[in-house]
Design a protein around this ligand. Structure first.
Ligand SMILES: [Zn+2]
Length: 166
């Protein structure tokens, strides 16, 4: 039999998007114990794919919201898009993060400057989620740094850890 895992995104403005995460196949005839349920390697891969789809859509929505000036309501242009690396417990994800022009409405009399900011940098200045950093610290406090890295690599789909990253 086959299983399809699909993620459905619904943006705040009503748009819907579908992400095909993966297809799994299992034997029912001559099934063995290994055919039952998810194995760790599959679970890590599924989590990594879900994280990738979820983060890209989240960055897109957060970027769109940042384009509306909260003071005057002007819809601001995107200055450019930059590839940003986000390290999470469920994998390293590269997203296309917009940099949005700063509205000059609060600075009357000053000529328009083409200054931009990244809403993602404000939200996540360290390129790593707090959950990953907390787990690195917790495991690093209880085990040797090498053992902490081995545990994270064994059990999660996070980017390859070693004693230095811990
Ligand atoms: Zn404004």
């Amino acid at each position: 039999m086959k299983f399809k895992i699909r993620l459905e995104t619904e943006f705040g403005w009503g748009e819907k998007r579908s992400h095909e995460i993966c297809t799994l196949e299992r034997r029912s005839v001559d099934a063995s114990e290994e055919d039952l349920g998810l194995c760790l390697a599959e679970a890590k891969s599924v989590l990594n794919e879900i994280q990738r789809a979820l983060l890209q859509d989240q960055v897109e929505e957060i970027g769109e919201i940042a384009r509306v000036c909260r003071f005057c309501g002007t819809y601001l242009p995107v200055h450019d898009r930059r590839r940003r690396r986000i390290d999470t417990l469920f994998g390293r994800v590269i997203v296309e993060a917009p940099r949005v022009r700063i509205c000059m409405c609060g600075l009357p009399g000053i000529p328009t400057l083409k200054v931009a900011h990244s809403p993602l940098t404000r939200l996540l200045p360290d390129n790593a989620t707090p959950e990953l950093r907390r787990l690195q610290a917790e495991l690093g406090a209880r085990h040797s740094f090498r053992e902490a890295a081995r545990l994270l690599n064994e059990l999660t789909p996070c980017a390859k850890q070693n004693h230095v990253t811990i």
